[in-house]
Design a protein around this ligand. Structure first.
Ligand code: SF4
Length: 99
């Protein structure tokens, strides 16, 4: 199976494969230096007004600062997983080129 990324995190060697499998090899105790996955909310703006909103997003919400976001992302090891919240195409297209 094809490897997508391999990186060292503390005393752990992490390998991620194309099917999403993550293999972490380490000796006890596990001592990590940084998180393996990060949630990023790219905007707090939303115009849908769901009563059950758990994001506390509304039309007064602000977008994340792209330059600050890129600075943070560029410091991550390749293979660190990102969960991107605030994903609404017109807003997301300001941040990412979708091809
Ligand atoms: S962020 Fe999600 S849950 Fe909240 S108002 Fe918008 S669509 Fe609804």
């Amino acid at each position: 199976m094809k490897k997508l990324a391999t990186y060292k995190n503390g005393n752990s060697q992490v390998t991620i494969y194309e099917d999403g499998t993550k293999v972490r090899r380490y000796s006890e105790p596990l001592l990590l230096e940084f998180p393996e996955s990060i949630d990023i909310k790219i905007t707090n703006y939303c115009d849908l007004g769901c009563k059950f909103c758990h994001e506390m997003s509304d039309i007064a919400g602000k977008h994340a600062d792209l330059n600050k976001l890129l600075t943070v992302l560029q410091g991550l090891s390749p293979g660190v997983e990102l969960a991107i919240g605030g994903w609404k195409f017109p807003i997301a297209s300001r941040y990412f080129r979708l091809s």
